[in-house]
Design a protein around this ligand. Sequence first.
Ligand SMILES: [Zn+2]
Length: 143
Amino acid sequence: MSARLIGITARQTNRERRFGPDAACVRCGIAALETLVPIKRSILESHHICARENDPGLTVPVCRNCHAVLTEGQQAAGVTFTTPPTLLHQIAAALASLFAMLHDLCERGMDWAHQLTILAADLDAAYPEWRDLDSARAIGVTL
Ligand SMILES: [Zn+2]
């Protein structure tokens, strides 16, 4: 094995040891750790779902790009990143932050559903027999 391949393998092994074999951004699903930019000794950043000031321990791992998108969504939802003056302010900000993220995830899910619908129509046009495949059968539906 060449020194270059040994280096590549060592870096990949190091990434997997640090983040686990299934590490991925929860928003976009990117799992190719070698494509991500290391940030503060970590490839994935921790997004504070309810904003750090409201719940410092509630985080999810996301890539740098998705973290920027999610943080922008919090700001667009009016979430303030300051210490809440009362419990009511804290809960209101936490909920706005949480639902800003869920809104983003719903939009992404709707995009995926739309793409699947287009793919099914394209398959019908190009390969109509695909519907007869066992793997194409709807779960729990008998015809
Ligand atoms: Zn991402």
